[in-house]
Design a protein around this ligand. Structure first.
Ligand SMILES: Nc1ncnc2c1ncn2[C@@H]1O[C@H](COP(=O)(O)OP(=O)(O)OP(=O)(O)O)[C@@H](O)[C@H]1O
Ligand SMILES: [Mg+2]
Length: 374
C-alpha cells in the first residue's frame, strides 16, 4: 500500500553538483537523497563549505544541479535525464537570506507589498492591504507598517524579509542563515518568531544553518551535511543522541574518543578500562563519550561504568562547569556538568559514571572508510 505521507513535499534523488575552479572540480553536492514532508520544518546543518547553500539554491532553481531529480508537491522541477527545468519564479517559493535584502527606500508596508503588485505573485489590488497586514501581524510588525526600513533594527528588518516571503503564500519557504547577522539575544528572539510564524501558516520550511543549537531548537527534522554529502537525517534528539558516525558526533561538540575492542558482546575494552555498552558491534571499535554524558560524583554509584579520577582543571561556563579529570588508568576525560558552585571540585578525588546507552560505539573499519570518503 502506498503511504501518502511518505511522498514528500520536496523530493530529491541522486542530486549532484560540481563546481569547476582553477584547482579542479569541487564536489559541492554528492548523491543527495531527501524527502521533506508537507509542513515540516527541515534544517540543513553542517560546517562551512559542506554544501548547504548550494543545495538550497538548487531547490530554489537559482543554481542547476549536474544531475538527479527534484520535485516539489509531486511536480518535477528538475531532471537531469529528461532535461526538465522549471525556472525559480515557477516554483512558488519564498526566500529569506542572511542579508536582509529589504529595499531601503521603501516603508515596511511597501517592502512586503512590492512582490504582490508585480510579476508571478501579483494579486488582486483589492486584497493587497489585507494580505500585507496579515503577513506583518505574523511577525508582529503591524504597528511599524509605515516606518521606512532604515529606521528598523536588524532583527526587525529580518522580520520584514520574513513577512515579505510569507505574504506570497509560498508552498515552500527557503531560509539561508537568516539569523547570522543578529546578535545573540536578538537571534533567539527572531528564531522564536520564525518558528511561531511558520507554524501558524503551516508552510514547509527548508532552513540552512551551521549553528547546531539553532538547528536543534528549530527542526522537526534535520540533515547533517559534510563535504557535499548527507551524513544523517533524523529528528534532533535522534541525531544528537545517536549520531551515525564520528563526524556527526564531533559536530555536536567536543567528544572523548577512545580506541577499543569488543571480544565479549556488550563490553568494550579500552585504555580507560572495560566499558559496558548497548552496542552490538564486535571487534575493533572507536568509542565516544560525550562530556555532558559523564556524571561526576564524590562517591561511587554502582559498579557499571564507574571510573575513579582526580579533577585537574575546572572552567566556569555559566550554565555548566567544564572539568578535566585524570582517571586512575591515565586517560584524561573532558566532562561538562550543571553545577552552581565554582572552586568546589579542583584537586578532588571523584567518580565518573556513564550510562551504557550513552556509550557511542563505531566499528573502526567503517570509521576509517568514512574518513577516506570524506
Ligand atoms: N560559485 C561557486 N564557484 C565555485 N565553487 C563554489 C561556488 N559556490 C560554492 N562553491 C564551493 O562548493 C562548496 C559548497 O559551498 P556552499 O556555499 O554550498 O557551502 P555552505 O555549506 O553553504 O557553507 P557556508 O556555511 O560557509 O555558507 C564549497 O567548497 C564552496 O567553496
Ligand atoms: Mg552557505
Amino acid at each position: 500500500m502506498r503511504d501518502e505521507r511518505k511522498i514528500g513535499m520536496i523530493q530529491l534523488s541522486g542530486l549532484h553538483k560540481d563546481f569547476h575552479v582553477k584547482e579542479g572540480a569541487v564536489a559541492a553536492l554528492r548523491d543527495i537523497n531527501l524527502s521533506i514532508a508537507e509542513k515540516e520544518f527541515f534544517v540543513l546543518l553542517g560546517p562551512s563549505g559542506s554544501g548547504k547553500s548550494t543545495l538550497l539554491r538548487c531547490i530554489a532553481g537559482i543554481e542547476d544541479p549536474d544531475g538527479g531529480t527534484m520535485s516539489l508537491g509531486g511536480r518535477v522541477m528538475f531532471s537531469g535525464k529528461t532535461g526538465i527545468r522549471v525556472p525559480p519564479e515557477g516554483r512558488q517559493l519564498g526566500m529569506v537570506f542572511q542579508s536582509y535584502a529589504v529595499w531601503p527606500h521603501l516603508s515596511v508596508y511597501e517592502n512586503v507589498a512590492l512582490p504582490l503588485r508585480y510579476g508571478a505573485n501579483r494579486i488582486d489590488p483589492k486584497q493587497l492591504k489585507e494580505r500585507v497586514m496579515s503577513a506583518l501581524e505574523l511577525v508582529q510588525l503591524e504597528k511599524l507598517a509605515q516606518r521606512p526600513v532604515p529606521f528598523l533594527s536588524g532583527g526587525q528588518q529580518q522580520r520584514v524579509a520574513l513577512a515579505r516571503a510569507l505574504a506570497i503564500k509560498p508552498k515552500v519557504l527557503l531560509m539561508d542563515e537568516p539569523l547570522s547577522n543578529l546578535d545573540a539575544r536578538l537571534r533567539e528572539e527572531v528564531r522564536q518568531q520564525i518558528r511561531t510564524a511558520t507554524r501558524e501558516v503551516g508552510v514547509t520550511v527548508v532552513y540552512v544553518t551551521h549553528d547546531r543549537e539553532e538547528a536543534l531548537a528549530l527542526a522537526d527534522k534535520m540533515a547533517v551535511m559534510h563535504q557535499g554529502r548527507i551524513m544523517q537525517i533524523g529528528e534532533p534528539d535522534e541525531v544528537y543522541h545517536q549520531p551515525v558516525n564520528p563526524i556527526v558526533a564531533d559536530f555536536f561538540g567536543e567528544m572523548n574518543w577512545l580506541d577499543g575492542n569488543i571480544a565479549k558482546p556488550g563490553v568494550v575494552s579500552t585504555a580507560l578500562g572495560d566499558i559496558a555498552t548497548q552496542s552490538t558491534a564486535t571487534g575493533s571499535v572507536k568509542v565516544g563519550l560525550r562530556p555532558s554524558n559523564i556524571n561526576v560524583t564524590d562517591v561511587q554509584h554502582g559498579a557499571v561504568n564507574a571510573f575513579a579520577g582526580k579533577v585537574t582543571d575546572e572552567i566556569f561556563l555559566g550554565e555548566q562547569l567544564q572539568f578535566k579529570i585524570a582517571t586512575a588508568s591515565g586517560i584524561s576525560l573532558d566532562v561538562r556538568q550543571a553545577q552552581r558552585a565554582r572552586h568546589r571540585w579542583l584537586g578532588r578525588q571523584v567518580w565518573c559514571h556513564v550510562d551504557p546507552q550513552d556509550v557511542l560505539v563505531y566499528p573502526a573499519v567503517e570509521v576509517s572508510s568514512q574518513m577516506q570518503a570524506a
